[in-house]
Design a protein. Sequence first.
Length: 283
Amino acid sequence: MSETHLPEHSLNPGLYIVATPIGNLGDITLRAIDVLRRCDAVACEDTRVTGKLLKHLGISKPLWRYDDHSEHRDRNRLVDATRTRAVALVSDAGTPLVSDPGYRLVNDCRSEGIAVTAIPGACAAVMGLSLSGLPNDRFLFAGFLPAKDKARREVLEELATIDTTLIFYETAPRLLKSLESIRECLPDREVAVGRELTKLHEETRRGLPDGLMAYYEANPPRGEIVLLVGPPLPSVSSEADRDVLLMEALETMKASQAAAQVAKATGLDRKSLYARAMELRRE
Ligand code: SAM
C-alpha cells in the first residue's frame, strides 16, 4: 500500500468547517487531521472537548470559544481573523452547523467575501438515516423536538402531512415522551431509534411507537439518540388504488411478496391482499 504524504505548507486564510467524530475517534478524516494540523487556530464550542480531540491527534493550537450566541463583537473579531489566518471551526461532535453553532459565523464570512470551505465527515442524522432502512429518497431533518408537551405536539402536527422520512435529534431522558407524542400525532408510522452510533453500544431499533415504548420502558435508554419517523402510509381510499399498488408490485415479485410489501406500505391486511394478488394474477 502506498504511503499518504500530506502537504505541510500553511493553509490559505479563511474559515474551514471541519467535521469531527460522533463517538468513534477513528472516524476523523485525513483531511480533517490535515486542516487541524495546518490551521492557525481552532474555533470551538467547548475548549475542553476540542482540547481532548487535538491532544489525541497530537496537535496543539490556540482554541477560541465560539457559539452563535457569542457577542457580536467576538464574532466580528473571529471574522476579522479569518481575513489573514486559517481558522478551523469544529463543534463538540459531528458536522458543525447541524444543530450546532456556526450559522452566523458562516453567514458573516460569506457576506464579507471571506473564503469558506468544509471538510465533511460524521453526522448523526445521516448515519441514523442510512441505518434505519426507512425511505431515504427524501428526508427532512427537524433538529431537536421541543421539551414541552404542547410545543412538541404542535411541531409534530405541523410535520404530519409532509411525505418524507423525518429525522430528529433526541436525548435519552426525553425519548419515551417523544415516542408518546409521535404515537399520538403521527399514528401508524414506522419509527427508528439510532442510539450511541459509532460507539461500543451502538444499536438501531425499528418498529411502531407502541413496541418501541414497551422496549424502552423495560430497558431505559442511555446515551445519544437519533429518532426517525417514516413517511405517512399511502392512502388507499378505494379498491382500485389497492389494485394499482398490487399490480405494480406483481410486475417484479411473487404474489406473497407483493402482498407483504403492500401490507407494509398501506397497513392493509396481508392475507386479503394475497388473495387479491392471486385473483389479479389469474385475470
Ligand atoms: N452536529 C452533530 C452531528 O453532525 O451529528 C449533532 C450535534 S447535536 C448538538 C447532538 C445530538 O446529535 C445528540 O443529542 C443526538 O441526538 C445526536 N447525536 C450525536 N452523536 C450521536 C451518536 N453517536 N449517536 C446517536 N445520536 C447522536
